[in-house]
Design a protein around this ligand. Structure first.
Ligand code: GLN
Length: 503
């Protein structure tokens, strides 16, 4: 059974297509692994009957010769994606008490696309409440534990997704990234994750946090597996006003694949020949933990051996991305979360006086501390008199941060650096210090503010054997180059294949 869990998406798809194993068997094995690892807190819900029914349909499709590259592969969704309750039997909670037991009448676009691709949904994954956080300690349903060390956080907000993939409970999972929530937990748990260009995946049915930043993406063991998932997740959706045509993404994927094939026959040892990797000097500050710096530098040296050249670049406003993000994201959150009024969705206080009292009690009971903190910051920065001083200034700086990236991309094809300033810290260590958590987002926020694709690739291990990820950032629609570089690195290293002890 262990071997089955080791296969990953591409390997599993091959085994399924060759009829070496059935989707029902794989689904049963995954469900058993999930049950054994319940103490991780990664899953909020599973529905074995629905999953097995879906696996039987996948097996029938495979037998009929109608299988695609993901048919019969079990996955799970971050519980920020709504899942049609009538179809799946799964609630959609966003990690919040506000939406406890919420039965969505429809599927998120990303969920629907992965269902159509034949994946088998095992359940919903724990996350920080409304995706606000970087440790998964903000979930109303308890923390998630890092499979590499259960005393440590798995990162967040897609902590359940990252832990489930790292512990081999699922070969892949969906996540969302507003300011780093795919990349940082991927880094903290030693898995691969990619946040695509803003707009490539539809936000329809993705419970909103900060709409101008929210983006879906996959977490899996390898870049190859992430690519398989991402290809199925992207697509134009008229129901999301910021959805974009994926044609440039697809064109780049085809172009890079063709060039990689040609390069492989010419000089197989140097698959990254000609790739210019920019290292922003602001991403290697004095305060960077020594173990993270060492693993990052070692991975970069490996990329050089594969043919890439390293160039110095600068993202001068890197530090400003923290105040800019922590103004814009709460501003949008305060507006998005206005909908939880006890009338249309989820929780309503049991006892109240007039309408305003009902709103007040419902929201006081339904939201956790971090969500309330952000609603207060957001309404403050949007209020008359402060709007120009904070929100408008932040928007101007956001544009400048995006322009800084374009200046870099004149000198390089990909930008690389650490994902986070340290390895995963202990559960509770920073729980009373929101500012410390915000500051640790420094390397993921710039790409989020610019809407650029970003990725975390396992790069080694740091203090106490905790995983370290390398961040790769690409230009708009150039996910292909990130995936290609990551895949080349993964063919030369085995960090992504290491399994946490006991799994
Ligand atoms: N850690 C960041 C925050 O707390 C990012 C979260 C995210 O990307 N969803 O907002």
């Amino acid at each position: 059974m262990k071997q089955l869990q080791e296969l990953g998406v591409a390997g599993l798809a091959r085994a399924l297509a060759a009829r070496q194993v059935s989707s029902v068997e794989v689904t049963q094995a995954s469900l058993a692994a999930i049950a054994r690892a319940a103490d991780l807190g990664a899953f909020l819900a599973t529905n074995p009957e629905a999953a097995l029914a879906s696996a039987r349909r996948a097996d029938a499709a495979i037998a009929a010769g109608q299988a695609g590259p993901l048919t019969g592969v079990p996955i799970a969704h971050k519980d920020i994606f709504v899942t049609d309750h009538a179809r799946s039997g799964l609630a959609s909670t966003a990690g919040s008490k506000m939406l406890a037991g919420y039965a969505s009448p429809f599927d998120a676009d990303v969920v629907a696309r992965l269902e159509a691709a034949g994946t088998v949904t095992l359940g919903k994954l724990n996350c920080d409440e409304f995706a606000m956080g970087s440790t998964n300690e903000n979930s109303a349903y308890g923390p998630v534990r890092n499979p590499w060390n259960r005393e440590r956080v798995p990162g967040g907000s897609s902590g359940g997704s990252a832990a489930a993939v790292a512990a081999r409970l699922v070969p892949a999972a969906t996540g969302t990234d507003t300011g780093g929530s795919i990349r940082q937990p991927a880094s903290f748990t030693g898995v691969t994750g990619i946040k695509p260009t803003y707009g490539l995946c539809s936000r329809y049915g993705m419970i909103a946090f900060a709409s101008s930043l929210d983006q879906a993406g996959p977490l899996a063991r390898s870049a190859e597996d992430c690519a398989l998932l991402l290809d199925a997740m992207v697509g134009f959706d008229a129901r999301d006003a910021t959805s974009v045509d994926p044609a440039p993404y697809r064109a780049r994927r085809a172009e890079v694949a063709a060039r990689a094939a040609a390069a492989a026959s010419a000089n197989a040892a140097r698959p990254l020949q000609g790739l210019r990797i920019g290292l922003p000097r602001e991403f290697f500050p004095a305060g960077l933990a020594a173990d993270v710096a060492a693993a990052t530098r070692a991975a970069l040296a490996e990329l050089e051996k594969l043919g890439a050249t390293l160039v110095d670049v600068s993202l001068p406003r890197t530090q400003l991305s923290i105040p800019v993000y922590y103004i814009i994201a709460p501003a949008e959150a305060s507006s998005n979360l206005g909908r939880y009024d006890g009338v249309r969705y989820g929780h309503r206080a049991a006892q109240y006086g007039d309408l305003h009292d009902m709103y007040r009690k419902t929201r006081a009971e339904g939201f956790g501390a971090e969500v309330k903190r952000r609603i207060m910051i957001g309404t403050y920065v949007l209020s008359h008199g402060y709007y120009d001083a904070y929100y408008l200034q932040a928007q101007k700086l956001r544009r400048m941060i995006a322009d800084d990236f374009q200046a870099c991309f004149r000198d390089c094809d990909v930008i690389a650096g650490p994902v986070a300033p340290s390895v995963a810290w202990k559960i509770g260590e920073q729980a009373d210090d929101p500012l410390a958590n915000y500051l640790a987002d420094i390397f993921t926020l710039p790409a989020s503010l610019a809407g650029l694709p970003g990725m975390s690739v396992p790069a080694g291990f740091g203090a106490e054997g905790m995983p370290v990820g390398l961040q790769l950032i690409g230009n708009y629609f150039d996910e292909a180059t990130l995936l290609h570089a990551a895949q080349a690195l993964q063919q030369a290293t085995d960090f992504h294949l290491r399994t946490p002890p006991g799994f």
